[in-house]
Design a protein around this ligand. Sequence first.
Ligand code: SGN
Ligand code: CA
Length: 526
Amino acid sequence: MKDSILAMTGLALLTASGCKPAAEQKPQRPNILFIMTDDHSFQTLSAYDNRFIQTPYLDRIASEGVIFSNSFVANSICAPSRAVMLTGKHSHANGQRTNHDVFDGSQQTFPKLMQQAGYQTALIGKWHLKSDPTGFDYWSILPGQGHYYNPDFIEMGTTKRYEGYVTDLTTDFSIDWLNNMWEKDKPFCLLVHHKAMHRVWMPDLPDLDEFKDASFPIPETFYDDYQGRKAATLQRMSIHHDMDLVYDLKMADPKGDIQTPLGRYYRTGEYARMTPEQREAWDAHYLPIIEEFKAAALSGDALSEWKYQRYMRDYLACTRSLDNNVGRLLEHLEKMGLLDNTLIVYTSDQGFYMGEHGWFDKRFMYEESVRTPLLMRLPKGYARRGEVSQMVQNIDYAPTFLDIAGLEVPKDMHGRSLVALMDNEQPENWRDAIYYHYYEHPDEHMVNRHFGIRNGRYKLIRFYYEVDAWEFFDLEADPNEMNNLFGSAGYQGEIQRMKDELRRIIVQYNDELALGVFDGKITVTN
Ligand code: SGN
Ligand code: CA
């Protein structure tokens, strides 16, 4: 990850010195284009990591702007992450602890505040918060998780099915909004929130072949035995055990020889939505793979590794469409002459496992899922370029959008504006640790509840509920988090300091449940 960030920083510095952006006047009320994807890992965005795929259009945002190399989420799961971003508050304060909660849309959010201040606000794509969007002049959302093929969109309350691929359609509708619905005398705040790359990773037809014959290195931690990490032993997000051959990997053989627990959801769900023409092209790709797979009769490690490769190919093919569509949107903005006065943000609702620890999915406070990509192309006059290494978190987005629009950041928001960082300043007292709390258990993937703190070197996690356990990692010595040092004699001083820090940050954010668990006053059980 480091190499590519540094290489790009060098490139960006040249650009920066060539055009002297610091001398330019900043727009008073820049437009905001907030692009977010679902489950996009930083491992598969080449500005961060170019081992698997080149993503030139996303990289363009970074090379013309900034790349945050220490960007984290507050609760690594979809609806909670979205609520954190809208409110600038941790989950306990905005009420959206799990995907099952219904978002309280009557509370303060950045779109509402921007709308009140004269911005025209719009939301297109995935929403997932159950209640109808509030604070948007226009919205057109996917119901729930949405579908890849021929998806329904709910446009201001009216549901309609559209033929096509979801990433293309989300982009088409966004371009259409800019062309035909944006009232050009107002600044806009447009949220383009994609379904891709969420499970079950269904690529667009033209992208099916790109990774067909590609083979990826098996991650170092693929065969992790989870020693010393009890919650990790209990998860149900393993490629070997939990990734479904039919549902996730499309091995829906016409004879029905391959029977799997989730297979029927694929056959009656995404696959059934396709038009006959789409299905024909789809089958032309997958049927030979299915035949080959059946003939190979794999088992054990060979089967796990085959699943990993298939997973990567489909996931990356979805990423291709996403990158192309981000490119299309950027080019459209450029054609409209909007690049100078628009803040363009790219992020994901959380990170994702690409086989590390043998996993897919997210949820844990471990690095692959607590981190998330964050790239920004800045309006003119903002001088920073290249890597920003300060620790930032998705609680910061709402304050940033308000601040750059010249609006006051409400005191009750937990996050902090990133605008000073865009201005090339090195703000004093920048946070040196982030706080995390995950709640969705018992549930799909069976990741135990936990909260914790991470600074530049160490991570301390407290699992509670079914598993009552601490984990402590030295990220410098053990970046893959394989070695839980909680009981280790050599680290007792550091562990105590981190515990003190954790308690302090829990109090700072007023997370009563975590404080009760920490102090031994609350025992949460089934
Ligand atoms: C669905 C997925 C899970 C995923 C959650 C949360 N199962 O339930 O694999 O962890 O969403 O994802 S699926 O069978 O419906 O694909 S999130 O990004 O929306 O939080
Ligand atoms: Ca997600």
